[in-house]
Design a binder for this molecule. Structure first.
Ligand code: TYD
Ligand code: MG
Length: 474
């Protein structure tokens, strides 16, 4: 019997200490360290009970059969989900699905379970948060009640593994959520780092030995009270996050880590009365509520993974009454905005230091691409000058610190999407990409070209008090 040992574990990052302290030195979190009892019956791990013959066996790398190389996958039946996983769930893989509480994780997984069960696969949905009746009620509301998904309300990992091991192993098992699970091998309370980690370990072992694909749901919490799913990120095969803001109805599934597929793909869903609906053409959705006449908006031709995505960038530049003007950004990197503002001042001949600047990516989308620089700059200049940009134009290109417009990847796909959605013109870096005749392209070399182009179109409407103050660019 192992010695019971007291340890103090940070609930947000998992750092271990041998005495309590107010602040975690690893993640700088205050009051996140909680006493946990490590040791206990199973802590020595499975190695202690494993037969000696299984230890340390080696296998040749080239011995893989064709099937193993292909990483056999089971499609979920939901195209947007399969896009993110890379074509379906890989046998024996473990996916961690993180997201804010209430964002729609359970809904998405219930729909995925039903879709997969409908194809004749054995699927188990284990809820540690809701009673079977509640889960069934939700399934009924989603119109999925007739699908043969096995439901259980259970939080003990040993019981879950026991139940799932009876009969043919399921193709997919959903654990909702990992924070509610507990294993007998450790004595800490459910939700603590040690419990989350040990439970995840047991479930991962189950997945690897039976070939069942397991999805662990993890709530991301901002305070350190419940162990964040971050502590199991390194143990699982794939990490996906379900994002969106409560004020908007669309939700984005993003792969953060994926051992068996791409990490830059997104799946777009819309939350409706009847659950999550797939959005096969997100550009149309993100541009739906666009105000064509407003100054300060530019359409960015972006890419999310292999998929082009057009989004509206909105800027508001207004004279500031503050000594330190405000810069507020939603959906983009604030440091990148500071950089674009500095380049516009230094090389575009525009004074923005006396103005508050607000930037918003419409629809609650979060953009990480530097290719959005040009669209951001266009929206900023447009807002400052009060000149609305031509509504049928898209922008993309990275801006360098010298003011040069630099080429970006996948120009052709961006142009194709713009053309598909009825845009007539693209302002872009110099490059080899050409579009069909239906879409005119204009190559920009320097940020000053962009400013000059917008200034030439003149303020069509807007606040005169906020008229442009261009300087001679030399
Ligand atoms: P849920 O899947 O329970 O979130 P999570 O598991 O991530 O905590 O989703 C809860 C939210 O989704 C809730 O606020 C209501 C909304 N919702 C709908 O709008 N339509 C639906 O059909 C369903 C099932 C939920
Ligand atoms: Mg839930």
């Amino acid at each position: 019997m192992a010695k019971i040992q007291q340890t103090f574990v940070c609930q947000s990052c998992g750092a271990v200490y041998n005495r309590w302290r107010g602040r975690c030195e690893a993640c700088n979190g205050w009051n996140t360290i909680v006493e946990e009892i490590a040791g206990g019956p199973g802590q020595a791990g499975p190695a202690a009970t494993r037969p000696a013959r299984a230890r340390g066996r080696v296998f040749p790398l080239e011995g893989l059969t064709g099937e193993a190389k292909q990483a056999p996958r089971t499609p979920s039946g939901i195209a947007e989900l399969d896009r993110v996983t890379g074509g379906g769930f890989v046998r024996g893989s473990v996916i961690l699905l993180g997201g804010d509480p209430g964002i729609g994780k359970s809904t998405l997984l219930m729909q995925a379970s039903a879709a997969m069960a409908a194809t004749g696969e054995r699927v188990a949905y284990i809820s540690g948060e809701e009673a079977v009746g509640q889960v069934r009620l939700r399934a009924e509301r989603l119109g999925l009640a007739k699908h043969p998904v096995e439901l259980a309300a259970e939080t003990n990992v040993e019981d879950i593994v026991e139940t799932l091991s009876q009969g043919k192993p399921p193709a997919l098992a959903i654990i909702d959520s990992i924070q509610t699970m507990w294993t007998e091998t450790v004595e800490s309370a459910p939700g603590t780092v040690t419990q989350v980690r040990s439970s995840a370990q047991a479930l991962i072992r189950f997945a690897k030995t039976t070939g069942t694909a397991v999805i662990l749901v993890g709530h991301v919490t901002k305070d350190g009270q419940i162990a964040g799913p971050r502590v199991v990120e390194h143990m699982v095969d794939a990490v996906a996050s379900f994002e969106g803001d409560q004020g908007h109805h669309f939700r984005i599934l993003r792969a953060v880590k994926n051992r068996f597929g791409p990490t830059d793909e997104i799946g777009v869903f819309e939350m409706t009365d009847a659950g999550l609906a797939e959005v096969p053409n997100p550009s149309a959705l993100f541009l739906a509520a666009r105000d064509h006449q407003a100054a300060g908006t530019a359409v960015f031709a972006g890419m999310e993974g292999t998929r082009p995505l057009l989004v509206e960038i909105q800027a508001l530049v207004a004279p500031s009454a503050l000594g330190m003007p405000r810069r507020a950004v939603v959906g983009w990197d604030p440091n990148r905005l500071s950089m674009v503002l500095a380049v516009l001042e230094a090389h575009g001949g525009i004074r923005l230091s006396g103005h508050d600047v607000y930037l918003n990516v419409a629809g609650g989308l979060r953009i990480t691409e530097p290719a959005a620089d040009l669209a951001v700059a266009a929206a900023l200049v447009s807002s400052l000058s009060g000149a609305a940009l031509p509504p049928e134009t898209v922008y993309f290109g990275e801006i360098g610190l010298s003011g040069a417009i630099r080429p970006v990847a996948q120009g052709a796909a961006r142009l194709k999407e713009a053309q598909k959605l009825g845009f007539a013109k693209a302002l872009m870096p110099q490059g080899r990409e050409t579009a069909d005749r239906a879409l005119a392209t204009e190559s920009l070399r320097h940020i000053a070209d962009l400013v000059a182009g917008i200034a030439a179109s003149g303020p069509k409407r807007g606040r005169r008090s906020n008229a442009p103050r261009y300087e001679e660019a030399d």
